[in-house]
Design a protein around this ligand. Sequence first.
Ligand SMILES: *[C@@H]1O[C@H](CO)[C@@H](O)[C@H](O)[C@H]1NC(C)=O
Ligand SMILES: *[C@@H]1O[C@H](CO)[C@@H](O)[C@H](O)[C@H]1NC(C)=O
Length: 245
Amino acid sequence: MKYILTILSASFITVSFSAKLPPGFKKCNLKQISSQMCLPQAIESAIKQMDRPIKKLGIVNLEPLEIPFLIVDAGSQFIHTQQAFKNMKLSGFNETSCTKAEFNYNTKTLNLECVVPRFRLEFNYVVDGKFLMMSVYGNGTGWAVFLDNQFELNFQFGEYEKQGKKYFNIVHQQLQMRPKDIAFQLDNLFDGDEEMSNRVQNAARENALEVFDDVKPGYEQAFGKVFAYIFGEILEKVPIYDIFS
Ligand SMILES: *[C@@H]1O[C@H](CO)[C@@H](O)[C@H](O)[C@H]1NC(C)=O
Ligand SMILES: *[C@@H]1O[C@H](CO)[C@@H](O)[C@H](O)[C@H]1NC(C)=O
């Protein structure tokens, strides 16, 4: 297992009847979908409106998006310790801009490219292992900011019918993240030994992108699952026709 993820608690409202998208959500006509501009704008605007929970759809808010518990496996080059997180909050989605959204009805795929200028993580963490050749241990709070973080998300849908209406579900998803830079701070590393803590963190900061690459697949899988979960909540309740018009 690359990660363990208990997502987003059990507080969802189950809606058995079909719902409509909230009025502020923009729809794109399926036949005009190849006209490129509609879908990226619609998705971008939907993401921005999800800065509060949408009760009618039973979906959580994205600003911040909370992940109660997450474990990312050790890497193989630099980070020889698993990274255990609690109460992780993701934010910055309110400034998302989407440059590409290609939906293909025949293959039932959606390819999305969006940039989040300041993708921010806040968390409680526990590490105990090695970074480079140095032993590291710590248990405390921390944050990380991924600058100009490009998210490329690919969804493969399945189609099914419920009470005479067609719905999509997500049968496969893949996320790739490409940040331009990463800033971060872990508090209470080495039980608060400042000198040791600075030495290790500065070493990591000098090559932040390369260091992150070592463990990136675990984060991509975890965040990909979270995004798919939220999107899936919408797809489960809103028929295809009412999403794409
Ligand atoms: C997004 O949220 C952050 C933090 O709450 C805030 O500082 C920023 O102004 C917001 N940006 C927009 C475009 O609303
Ligand atoms: C980390 O610290 C918290 C709060 O002090 C404590 O409850 C928890 O048991 C610690 N975890 C580990 C693995 O040491």
